[in-house]
Design a protein around this ligand. Structure first.
Ligand SMILES: [Zn+2]
Length: 342
């Protein structure tokens, strides 16, 4: 497997004022592994196959702990193969940031000897009926639709456009085929509030701050390195809210902010250092909650409220330039307000 080393100073030197933080990036066949601290790698798929989410590799003295496993067993296996480029040590534990398919469906690739750690809510979700979760089912439709659309585009494509469309089509067909192997595995160890791993000269803290993106999001915090892997409870922008607890989200992030970290590694998108982004999304979730309560009070249906919600005060910080909010999110907020779900 190719091992190409690059030094990326760009983003971090721009954002971190006095000192320049150079970050080594190791390119494998399927991933870019950013060495965010010695022996700690932020793993981002490089587009060779569909990974959808980010993962974290934490090397200890005698073994390796991984956080999240991507969207399919094939993507999970690609992550394992990429780990072998940087270390021969055995992988002994896998932490699930939350139950969503795109972070947890790669678990079977890790085998039955690896301890799987997740929040008790994540365990309950993955032990129950994850293949019938709305969020997972809508993703299957989305990928099927992508294949269908590309097939139609290819049928009508000019000679020059064909090669690119065929490449895209094969990428998505490979992903859809890989979904056949999905067999969700629940955590073997559950966390309710907090757990700390001390083995092998590396402190790894697992924190539940409250409900946010799901009922069981955990943050993985390395206090020595001042790094926080947030899964999807905190991204660089607004997270998916279809399984979320939007009215509680800002408070949850307020507790997250008590930790002393300098770098955020989100479940999607690039790492970031500017903590102001947390304020921006907190403010959005608070304002969306107030707006939905207001529109519901007037008597609008969830669909109407989603179409009318005006959050354009977040244009400068989060790029919200259109009236309207995510319909799935607003429908769920109505159900929570009505008490039809908990
Ligand atoms: Zn998620």
């Amino acid at each position: 497997m190719a091992r190409v080393k690059l030094i990326l100073a760009g983003l971090f030197s721009l954002l971190l004022a006095p000192s320049t933080v150079a970050q080594e990036v190791i390119t494998t066949d399927t991933h870019n592994l950013e060495e965010v601290a010695p022996g700690v790698y932020f793993a981002i798929g490089n587009g060779a196959l569909y990974t959808m989410s980010n993962a974290l590799i934490i090397e200890r003295r005698d073994d390796i702990v991984v956080v999240d496993s991507h969207i399919t067993p094939a993507a999970g296996q690609a992550l394992l193969d990429s780990i072998r480029v940087v270390s021969d040590k055995p992988i002994t534990a896998l932490i699930n940031s939350h139950f969503h398919y795109d972070h947890a469906n790669g678990v079977p690739a890790f085998g039955s000897d690896v301890e799987i750690i997740g929040h008790e809510y994540t365990r309950a979700k993955l032990a129950d009926d994850p293949m019938n979760e709305q969020t997972f089912l809508s993703s299957l439709r989305r990928f099927d639709n992508t294949v269908t659309r590309l097939e139609q585009e290819l049928a009508e494509a000019s000679h020059n456009e064909r090669a690119e469309l065929e490449t895209q089509l094969e990428f998505w067909r490979a992903h859809v085929r890989a979904q056949d192997k999905i067999d969700p595995v629940p955590p073997t160890v559950s966390v309710s509030d907090r757990m700390t791993l001390y083995k092998g000269g590396r402190e790894i803290q697992i924190h539940f701050f409250g409900r946010a993106h799901t009922g069981g999001d955990i943050g993985i915090y390395l206090p020595e390195e001042k790094i926080l892997f947030t899964g999807d409870m905190l991204l660089g922008g607004i997270s998916y809210m279809g399984d979320g607890y939007v009215s509680e989200w800002a408070d949850t992030l307020q507790r997250l902010k008590q930790l002393d970290f300098e770098m955020v590694l989100p479940g999607h998108g690039p790492s970031f250092l500017d903590r102001e982004r947390i304020d921006y999304v907190q403010s959005y979730y608070t304002d969306l909650t107030a707006e939905v309560v207001r529109l519901k009070g007037i008597g609008y249906s969830a669909e109407e409220a989603a179409a009318r919600a005006d959050l354009r005060q977040h244009a400068d910080t989060l790029g919200v330039t259109q009236i309207g909010a995510n319909a799935e999110a607003v429908a769920r907020m109505y159900a929570l307000l009505n008490g039809t779900i908990e």
